[in-house]
Design a protein around this ligand. Structure first.
Ligand SMILES: Cc1cc2nc3c(=O)[nH]c(=O)nc-3n(C[C@H](O)[C@H](O)[C@H](O)COP(=O)(O)OP(=O)(O)OC[C@H]3O[C@@H](n4cnc5c(N)ncnc54)[C@H](O)[C@@H]3O)c2cc1C
Length: 502
């Protein structure tokens, strides 16, 4: 039996990112996946601004973008209505990076760094006790057992771990099923871009994937079809005819799958030593990259906290903040994708009132504050965690803003100061007033004196490893914030330098 700190079940984007974060923070994860190789099907195709920033916090964005030619997108959409991402100041708009590229990149880094990413390992059982979890998997070499202190269930929408634990996945079942396919098309309509509506609620979206291959999504009225039911060429031909008439001919299908608009979310993201991330925790209509981006956000939120528990410094309650912070984000994504599905008439109802609803929303989005709210939701830049002090300081609970700083005479991007994956005490004071505290947590945070290149309304800020501000100088008690997020101070130093703290 192999023993590691954390067993991650599932080598999709969320599981791989969680493992990467754990590794950076010095914990030892192992990733298990049923599939012999990565899923080749084209799925999500965008990383939003906040995800791009999170990759950038780790120095991973540039290397990821260097693996291909991924266009930047400054105008996104909500239910097909334009959303201007530029209303949020960030260096990073969205990038059109296919999900498979993210997986390939992360898996190569993990494997290159010696992290076990074991394929052909289907997890069939798990038990938890006071000290850890034991997982049983069926693999190439028969039945194997793995032991870890914690388990991260990143095993997708049909999560085996959820089922083993007998957990509900409340929400609603799919009302319509669409087909997404990688196709070769011919005919005058085969180079059309985007959404096209046909007769009686049928619609199609197509866009180029690679040379000659086009991604096609088709749907229409009718009851939900089981997701496992095989997609046939005849069915795709009928769907194309209903939208394009004779203008598009199906020449071939490379891959096809069904997706539906089920909307479900697990009630508790943490069950003892088990944590649910990504699609294992929330499923919804896969629109505009919301699934992948939310899963990656889960991974960044959980990774450092779990590593803190592995190292023994996580304060009481830190692991529970994973649920309290990420469950509302997931619920918001369900609400936004359900609303989009309705406004886009995903189910093909041909409801005559929809154009009026879309028109009103388009008008609302002309109000700058409404556009900012919408862009904040779609890009993830508007996420604000409920962190003590948020009521007093608008920076607290938000992501660290993008700005440049000078440190020891050199110009840096503040975001790059998080490459280490540790906490950051960014100190603009040119004094030693924060140093006594900083020294006591020096094994968990970097204390950096910096001169900001723009007007940042604080003399210092404490930033969590995932880039969220959890204290500013306006809030007084730095020691409390450090204890809340980074645990008790280093005992040896307290005894030696600050006996009064004991
Ligand atoms: C056909 C298709 C098209 C999609 N298109 C879009 C899109 O256009 N836009 C969008 O935003 N999203 C899209 N999605 C959704 C998006 O792909 C998911 O949100 C995303 O993959 C979630 O990542 P994840 O890592 O949480 O889970 P997954 O990517 O599902 O990864 C889960 C992993 O767990 C493994 N696993 C499962 N059970 C076990 C087990 N018992 N033991 C070991 N391993 C196990 C699986 O093999 C899999 O590799 C699409 C999904 C599909 C299927």
């Amino acid at each position: 039996m192999t023993t590691v700190d954390v067993i991650v079940v599932g080598a999709g984007p969320t599981g791989l990112m969680t493992a990467a974060e754990l590794t950076l923070a010095g914990a030892r994860p192992m990733v298990l996946d049923t599939l012999p190789e990565r899923n080749p099907m084209s799925r999500a195709g965008v990383i939003h601004s906040r995800t791009a920033e999170l990759f950038d916090h780790r120095g991973l964005l540039e290397p990821l973008l260097a693996t291909g030619d991924f266009p930047r997108t400054e105008i996104g959409h909500f239910a097909g209505l334009p959303v201007d991402y530029r209303v949020w100041p960030t260096r990073h708009p969205a990038y059109n990076v296919p999900q498979g590229k993210i997986e390939e990149f992360l898996e190569a880094r993990l494997v290159g760094g010696g992290v076990p990413v074991l394929r052909r390992q289907q997890v069939v059982n798990m038990t938890a006790d006071a000290d850890g979890v034991t997982v049983t998997a069926h693999g190439r070499d028969g039945v194997v057992r793995h032991r870890g202190h914690y388990l991260v269930a990143a095993d997708g929408g049909r999560s085996t771990i959820r089922k083993i634990l007998g957990l509900d996945f409340p929400g609603r079942r799919g009302t319509s099923t669409s087909v997404t396919a990688e196709t070769v098309l011919a005919g005058p309509g085969s180079t059309r871009q985007g959404l096209m509506r046909g007769r009686s609620g049928h619609w199609a979206i197509q866009f180029p994937l690679e040379e000659r291959v086009r991604r096609l999504v088709v749907s229409g009225p009718g009851p939900a079809v089981p997701k496992d039911a095989e997609v046939t060429a005849d069915e795709l031909r009928a769907a194309l005819y209903a939208v394009y008439g004779d203008e598009v001919e199906l020449v071939g299908i490379r891959r096809a799958a069904r997706i539906d608009d089920s909307a479900r979310q697990i009630t508790a993201y943490r069950v003892g030593r088990v944590f649910f991330v990504g699609d294992a925790a929330h499923i919804h209509l896969p629109l505009a990259g919301q699934g992948v981006n939310t899963g990656l956000g889960d991974a960044f939120n959980l990774g450092w906290k779990l590593a803190g528990a592995v190292h023994g410094w996580a304060p009481d309650g830190l692991l529970d903040t994973y649920h309290t912070e990420r469950h509302p984000v997931g619920a918001r994504v369900l609400a936004n994708t359900q609303t989009q599905g309705l406004l886009m008439d995903w189910a093909g109802t041909d409801n005559p009132d929809l154009p009026a609803a879309r028109g009103l929303l388009a008008e609302l989005l002309r109000v700058p504050e409404a556009m900012r709210w919408m862009a904040g939701m779609m890009t993830g830049l508007g996420i604000r965690y409920d962190i003590a002090g948020a009521a007093e300081d608008p920076l607290v609970g938000m992501r660290m803003p993008e700005f440049d700083v000078t440190v020891d005479g050199e110009r840096h991007r503040a975001h790059s100061l998080l490459y280490s994956g540790r906490g950051l005490l960014l100190d603009f004071t040119r004094s030693e007033q924060f140093s006594p505290h900083a020294r006591l947590w020096a094994d968990r945070i970097d204390h950096i004196h910096a001169v900001p290149h723009e007007d940042i309304p604080t003399r210092g800020m404490l930033v969590r490893p995932d880039g969220y501000v959890c204290w500013t100088s306006g809030l007084q008690d730095l020691g409390n914030a450090l204890r809340s997020w980074f645990g008790a101070p280093n005992d040896d130093l307290v005894a030696r330098d600050y006996p009064a703290f004991q």
